[in-house]
Structures are given as structure tokens and as C-alpha cells.
Design a binder for this molecule. Structure first.
Ligand code: ADP
Ligand code: MG
Length: 243
């Protein structure tokens, strides 16, 4: 925690775009300003997160204002919480009961290992609520062939290929997704994954969808593609001061 706090102090943040929402200095401000639940806030502190990092203090208000975001922040600066917190805040109640309306949030990561880590972080943050948070794998994909099962899912965390296979098989639809995050977007937008990523983005067909890309670096080519995918985005760049 001490290490994370000194990291916070050494971060320099720039945010560009129209009407950039004001950053927060504490997680509590998110409760006051955006009605983030006490349960979410207490899960943060339970996990030892006492002060937001640069990308969290700037990125979370942007996402809670329903804006699209391109976030570039170095490895280890807490990008995962920066997108998970607003998703859990915005979804409010689990899909649960009868007329579940289908997957509402999708987080795409380039490797299974990373998807697994994101899933763990999400479960910690969501503790105490009955969210259905699914780490997409071959095994979970087959259970989703049952529409009544997949309609109750709140959040899917997956590699691109898993999603594309299920989309093509017609055993998954992303028509009700309101939040799409591309994590380690530099990789998701490079030659290896680009066409899969584009297929996923296209399948998320709600016009009011919120999209965000997160990366430690974003080469010019990937950045151009990212900015074209996003609607009126805000671009946040975090640099570590070298003092
Ligand atoms: P990134 O994706 O930017 O590389 P991660 O999201 O993996 O970074 O976070 C790196 C580490 O920092 C994780 O162990 C995470 O739990 C921790 N962390 C995230 N946010 C905070 C915070 N506000 N305070 C303290 N630790 C944090
Ligand atoms: Mg990360």
C-alpha cells in the first residue's frame, strides 16, 4: 500500500477531450458525486485500496459520466480497478431473476492468464452482491448454449478467440452490452488480434454502448484504430515522473 501511494504521488496525468469530468482525490468522493455504493467502497478498502491512482482518479469519473475513454497508463498503476469500479457502479443490480436481458459488460484481454487475473480482481470488488461474473472458457462457453443461463450473466471476461468462436456458433450475442473494455489494447489492436477484436466490437451493437481501451502503451497505428472505434473519447495519459 505504501508503495502504491508513493506511486500515486509520482504520477503526472493529462486528460484531453471535450468536457472532461473533474478527477476525484478520494474513493469516497465517488460515493458522494456518483452514488457509488458503500459496499463497493468498503470492498475497496477491505482490499487495501485507500487512495486512487492517477488513472483511477481521472478515469473512473470519465467512465461514470458514460464517456468513452482511451487510457494510457504504465504497468502496475491500477488500470484494472479503473474500469471495473465504474462497471460495477453502473450495473447497480445483478441481472439475476426472470427476464434477464443478456450480457451487459464485456472485458477483453489478450491472454487467458490476464483474463483470469481480471476475473479475480472483479470477484473481490463485487463481493457481497450476486453478480454473475464469468471467466469465459471452453467449459463456460458450452454451458452458455442454454439461453436462460447466458441471459443472467452480468459481466464476461474473455480472450478474443473465445468470444469470436461463440459469436460465430450463435451461442452468444452481445446485443445488450453497455460496457466494452479492451485491456492491453496495444495487443488487441495489433495484427494478431485485430480482426477478432473488430468482430467483437461490431457484435456489440447497442448504439449507446460505452467503450474504453486501456493500455500501458499505444503505438500510433493502434491509437488511430482505437480512436476510430470510440465515440467522442477522452484520452488520458499517465506518465511516471522520474524524480
Ligand atoms: P495495471 O493493469 O495498470 O498494470 P493492475 O490493475 O494490475 O495494474 O494493478 C497493479 C496492482 O496494484 C494490483 O496488485 C492492484 O491490486 C494494485 N492496486 C490497484 N489500485 C490500487 C490502489 N488504488 N491502491 C493500492 N493498490 C492498488
Ligand atoms: Mg493491466
Amino acid at each position: 500500500e505504501a508503495a502504491a501511494q508513493s506511486l500515486v504521488a509520482k504520477q503526472r496525468v493529462t486528460a484531453k477531450g471535450s468536457e472532461v469530468p473533474q478527477a476525484v482525490e478520494t474513493f469516497e468522493e465517488l460515493g458522494e458525486r456518483y452514488g457509488l455504493s458503500n459496499q463497493l467502497l468498503s470492498n475497496l478498502s477491505k482490499n487495501g485500496f485507500s487512495t486512487p491512482t492517477g488513472i483511477q482518479s481521472h478515469g473512473v469519473p470519465i467512465l461514470l459520466n458514460s464517456r468513452d475513454l482511451a487510457a494510457i497508463s504504465p504497468t502496475g498503476t491500477g488500470k484494472t480497478i479503473a474500469y471495473l469500479l465504474p462497471i460495477l457502479g453502473a450495473l447497480k443490480t445483478p441481472n439475476g431473476k426472470a427476464d434477464g436481458s443478456g450480457v451487459r459488460a464485456v472485458i477483453v484481454a489478450p491472454t487467458r492468464e490476464l483474463a483470469h487475473q481480471i476475473h479475480n480482481e472483479c470477484l473481490k470488488l463485487a463481493e457481497g452482491r450476486k453478480w454473475r461474473i464469468v471467466l469465459f472458457s471452453k467449459a463456460t462457453a458450452s454451458t452458455l448454449a442454454d439461453k436462460s443461463v447466458r441471459d443472467k450473466i452480468d459481466i464476461i471476461i474473455s480472450t478474443p478467440l473465445r468470444l469470436v468462436v461463440s459469436l460465430q456458433a450463435g451461442t452468444l450475442d452481445l446485443k445488450n452490452v453497455r460496457h466494452l473494455v479492451l485491456d492491453e489494447a496495444d495487443r488487441l489492436l495489433d495484427a494478431e488480434f485485430l480482426s477478432q477484436t473488430q468482430e467483437i466490437v461490431a457484435a456489440c451493437s447497442r448504439t449507446d454502448i460505452q467503450k474504453a481501451v486501456f493500455s500501458a502503451t499505444l503505438p500510433a497505428g493502434a491509437e488511430k484504430i482505437a480512436m476510430e472505434m470510440l465515440h467522442n473519447p477522452i484520452r488520458v495519459v499517465v506518465g511516471l515522473k522520474d524524480t
